[in-house]
Design a protein around this ligand. Sequence first.
Ligand code: 5GP
Ligand code: ZN
Length: 112
Amino acid sequence: MSASDDCLFCKIIAGQIPSSKVYEDETTYAFKDINPKAKVHVLIVPKKHYANVAELAAEDPAELAHIVSVAQNIADESFHGAYRLVFNTGLDAGQTVFHVHAHVLTGEKLDE
Ligand code: 5GP
Ligand code: ZN
């Protein structure tokens, strides 16, 4: 069984589950979080399945850097380039979907 058979975000990337697309290119997909924690709350994912940010950093650091630049562009368009970038990593840190995703929180002044 491949990762996409039981991974929620692989299914979203494949279009099998609907999502609200914010950005897409050959390697990367960005969509609105279903339960937003800020005025703009976008999830950015590599199209290829990696369980977490450590795995992505080890196996495809260029894609990790690309995700940061996509986050920057979203924040440039929605809140003069200011944003919070979060990778929850591991169950005890609140990771619930084990396909690496960057949470981009922006669009308004954030609590410290
Ligand atoms: P985590 O807790 O793993 O860091 O973040 C998972 C995120 O995915 C949560 O913020 C949650 O709201 C979001 N999420 C869960 N299921 C769906 C879904 O079906 N569609 C979208 N757009 N977001 C989802
Ligand atoms: Zn996946």
